[in-house]
Design a protein around this ligand. Structure first.
Ligand code: MCA
Ligand code: AMP
Length: 505
């Protein structure tokens, strides 16, 4: 079994059904509808094309491409050809993209006209790892004309399907290697836990370059023969219109999306009718209890919160049928095992706080090109079974068994569902003339959850507007500090480590 066969089975069952519906309001808003059969045929054509251009099993194809049907078609073809998809966050800029490309050395970089301005800022050295750049808006220039049936290799469950780059504690992002089996484990777990069925319709505005949109949303839908209403980005007004007119049964979002939906619904004269909706899910960042209850009060729908990671796919979930407790992430999904341990790795009893470890077929094998980081991320128990250290601090309730996440061992900031490691911003800012020392911390924000703030030690006065503009050319916009504070020196402990809690205070 692999991810292509999972899709091929659904297509065999429901060939005429709409697999994908796509509307881009900025392109006139005319819906495009693709059946399972059409998606299959187009993916086959793309597989042949990729093979004619020399793709081999195990080659990487980087996607710097927005949500659109070509993303899904090319992705399925990548899997069919036994190649590995490497999605790149569309908000990434030169430094981030250069690192990913040089690390995974993709055979192709698949992109589109809309991303050209970003790529145009990159030079040959930045694109060194890439053999060929292909634009889906320029198919005539490179897509082979002859139609041949593909001759795909045998793709096993253990073969690599994805390399997903996650923000790194050391400043550089690491490529989490996910096999077909890893993704299949998350998909099968969620299909059972959330009672997915072929009649489901999911409204999906989440980016396909993350596990949330790609696996929790798209793959689950493709595996069940459900319909995905894909959108290029989140638009609260359009979402309410679709969800309130019986146009979907499922909606998955990061907390920022729910904050925006609540804001808009509160301003509406008549409350939208979400009675056709079967399930609203939230994940990727903590959902505030106020958001949970405000959404329920306004819509009558109780959000189901779940917890996952790029390296593991989905781990824990509140129940579909059963109490969905605000502030908790529920219990392990089918096939996932979890422990909460102290600093020395000893299991803690319910009620005691420690680090959450997980194992299961959903858990990745390691980081691309990084055996050291891989080894640091796992530990073995007395039976020699490997457990992944999530870095998340958690506690389990003695009565319900539900787990609550308390924070993180590392300094991760989560802004609107995107991860930010302070170290990456600190390293960049230190290269700016006049900045002598810097510490970046996360501060609470009503819409984004958290945003970065930089505390700077400078040689003289700094023009913030110039600094921000300089940062924007190097890094994704969501990583740019929203505030700068100036200090004479940073509080450090005897080891020289910055004591960030003092800065926060
Ligand atoms: C956009 N901006 C942000 C963010 N997004 N700032 C902070 N945090 C963000 N997340 C800034 C832009 O830089 C820009 O600022 C301004 O907001 C407007 O940009 P725009 O593109 O119009 O924003 P938007 O379309 O409204 O995007 C907000 C969003 C988006 C819809 C919440 O961030 C989003 O789709 N987030 C979801 C990410 C996600 O799926 N994460 C899952 C990963 P300026 O103009 O100054 O540049 S975690 C995961 O997959 C694991 C497995 C899990 O558990 O799910
Ligand atoms: P990523 O590396 O982008 O996959 O992000 C994974 C991290 O997001 C996890 O380690 C958690 O810290 C966080 N996360 C995911 N889901 C939740 C949730 N429901 N509540 C709190 N944090 C979450």
């Amino acid at each position: 079994m692999n991810l292509w066969t999972l899709f091929a089975i659904a297509r065999e069952r429901t060939p005429e059904k709409t697999a994908l519906e796509y509307v881009d309001p900025e392109q006139g808003g005319i819906p495009i509808s693709i059946t399972y059969d059409q998606l299959y045929t187009q993916a086959e054509q793309w597989t042949s094309a990729l093979q004619r251009m020399g793709i081999q099993k195990g080659d990487r194809i980087a996607f710097f491409l927005g949500n659109r049907p070509e993303f899904v078609i090319a992705y399925l073809a990548t899997l069919r050809a036994g190649a590995v998809m490497v999605p790149v966050n569309l908000r990434y800029r030169r430094l981030e993209i250069r690192h990913i490309l040089s690390d995974c050395t993709p055979r192709f970089l698949l992109t589109e006209a809309a991303q050209q301005p970003v790529l145009a800022e990159m030079d040959a050295e930045d694109l060194r790892g890439v053999s060929q750049v292909l634009s889906v808006d320029d198919l005539d220039a490179w897509f082979p004309k002859t139609e041949e049936t593909p001759n795909p290799p045998i793709v096993h469950g253990e073969d690599l399907a994805l390399i997903m780059y996650t923000s790194g504690t050391t400043g550089r992002s690491k490529g989490a290697m996910l096999s077909h089996n890893n993704v299949l484990a998350t998909v099968t777990g969620l299909l059972a836990a959330w009672a997915w069925c072929a009649e489901d319709v999911i409204l999906l505005p989440l980016p396909l370059f993350h596990i949330h949109g790609l696996v929790v949303g798209l793959h689950c839908a493709l595996a069940t023969g459900a319909t995905t209403r894909l959108r290029p980005k989140f638009d609260a007004e359009e979402s309410i219109q679709v969800l309130g007119s019986g146009g979907a049964t499922l909606f998955f979002g990061v907390p920022t999306l729910y904050v925006r939906l609540i804001d808009l619904i509160e301003k509406m004269e008549t409350r939208p009718d979400f009675s056709a909706m079967r399930l609203f899910c939230s994940g990727s960042a903590p959902l505030a209890a106020e958001t949970h209850s405000a959404f329920e009060q306004l819509t009558g729908q109780r959000i189901l919160e779940r917890y996952g990671m790029t390296e593991t796919g989905m781990n824990l979930s509140n129940p579909y049928a059963g109490p969905r407790l605000a502030g908790t992430v529920g219990t392990p999904l089918p096939g996932v095992f979890a422990r909460i341990v102290d600093e020395t790795g000893n299991d803690l009893t319910p009620g005691r706080e420690g680090e959450l470890l997980v194992r299961g077929s959903n858990v990745f094998d390691g980081y691309w090109n990084d055996p050291v980081k891989t080894a640091e991320s796992f530990s073995s128990d007395s039976l020699g079974i490997r457990w992944f250290h999530t870095g998340d601090l958690a506690v389990q309730d003695g009565e319900t068994g539900y787990v609550t996440l308390l924070g993180r061992r590392h300094e991760l900031i989560i802004s609107g569902g995107f991860n930010i490691y302070p170290r990456e911003i600190e390293e960049l800012l230190l290269t700016y003339p006049g900045i002598r020392d810097v510490a970046v911390i996360g501060t609470a924000h009503p819409e984004w959850g958290e945003v970065p703030m930089a505390c700077l030690v400078c040689d003289g006065a700094l023009d913030e507007a110039v600094l921000i503009d300089w940062c924007k050319h190097q890094l994704a916009g969501f990583k740019i500090p929203r505030q700068f504070r100036y200090v004479d020196e940073l509080p450090r402990n005897a080891m020289g480590k910055v004591q960030k809690h003092f800065l926060r205070d």
